[in-house]
Design a protein around this ligand. Structure first.
Ligand code: GDD
Ligand code: MN
Length: 230
């Protein structure tokens, strides 16, 4: 029985080691890196780092297949390992792993804990342009899917495994980042309790964001479809 932390990676070689260092010095947990054959060698680097950290595991996927399937594969794999809690976060340093103990404390009394940019104390040290996209996106999704959740698109969460197994009992409809919203939606449909902990979201340390217009478009469409299917 242990805590599992899932980290999806695509070209995060410059960020991975320092992230793992921070995770393992913060908490006693297992980490699963889900790598999509990153051309920059993130997957091989992760293999080398396993010698240093035996609690590190790597799922190698044959090619870039999108964030939704990376999360489905990774989260289902750790669910099969009898975890007490499951956490996931970006590999790039914008999600501080030092917040994980606070999230796990909150998980003792809730089913799903979100590290949130949109509750008091939460904030964003990123470009005004990305901040605007995120703020407008979340405003739209709240209008479509409800205000019980403030930060619908955060990628930093802690899950009760029983709830997560229910949420992933069937494949997600989304392919990209919209999976984050879709999983929240399924959690609410399952009458889960959700708590949001303030997050200081900072700019990625190195490398490039995989964020694109397609992602925004999928979010807009899926929020609309989920609302109609209610
Ligand atoms: N395995 C795998 N496959 N990992 C991927 C893929 C993929 O196809 N695409 C992205 N990732 C990994 C990245 O390497 C990173 O660790 C994480 O998923 C998120 O990707 P970023 O490129 O860092 O996204 P972002 O920081 O621009 O987007 C942030 O804002 C979004 C909107 O608010 C993230 O916090 C998202 O979680 C959030 O939805
Ligand atoms: Mn990121």
């Amino acid at each position: 029985m242990s805590i599992w932390i899932v980290v999806p990676t695509y070209n995060e070689a410059e960020n991975l080691e320092s992230l793992l260092q921070r995770i393992f010095s913060t908490i006693d947990a297992h980490v699963l890196v889900v790598d999509d054959a990153s051309p920059d060698g993130t997957g091989q680097l992760a293999e080398r780092l396993r010698h240093r950290w035996p609690q590190l595991d790597v799922l190698h996927r044959p090619g870039k297949a999108g964030l939704a399937s990376a999360y489905m594969d990774g989260l289902r794999l750790v669910l099969s390992r009898n975890p007490t809690a499951i956490v996931h976060l970006d590999a790039d340093g914008s999600h501080p792993p030092e917040l994980i103990p606070t999230m796990l404390d909150a998980l003792a009394t809730t089913d799903l804990v979100l590290a949130s940019r949109y509750v008091p104390g939460g904030t964003m040290g990123i470009s005004p342009h990305r901040r605007l996209i995120s703020a407008v996106g979340n405003w739209y999704i709240r209008g479509m899917l409800g205000t019980q959740i403030r930060d619908w698109s955060t990628g930093f969460k802690a899950w009760n495994p029983v709830l997560l197994a229910r949420v992933l009992a069937t494949d997600l409809r989304s392919q990209g980042y919209a999976c984050l919203m879709e999983m929240n939606w399924r959690a609410l449909q399952a009458d889960a309790t959700v708590a949001e902990i303030p997050l200081f979201f900072s700019e990625r340390r190195a490398g490039d964001s995989k964020f694109s217009l397609n992602i925004i478009w999928e979010d807009i469409r899926l929020a609309w479809q989920l609302r109609r299917s209610r």
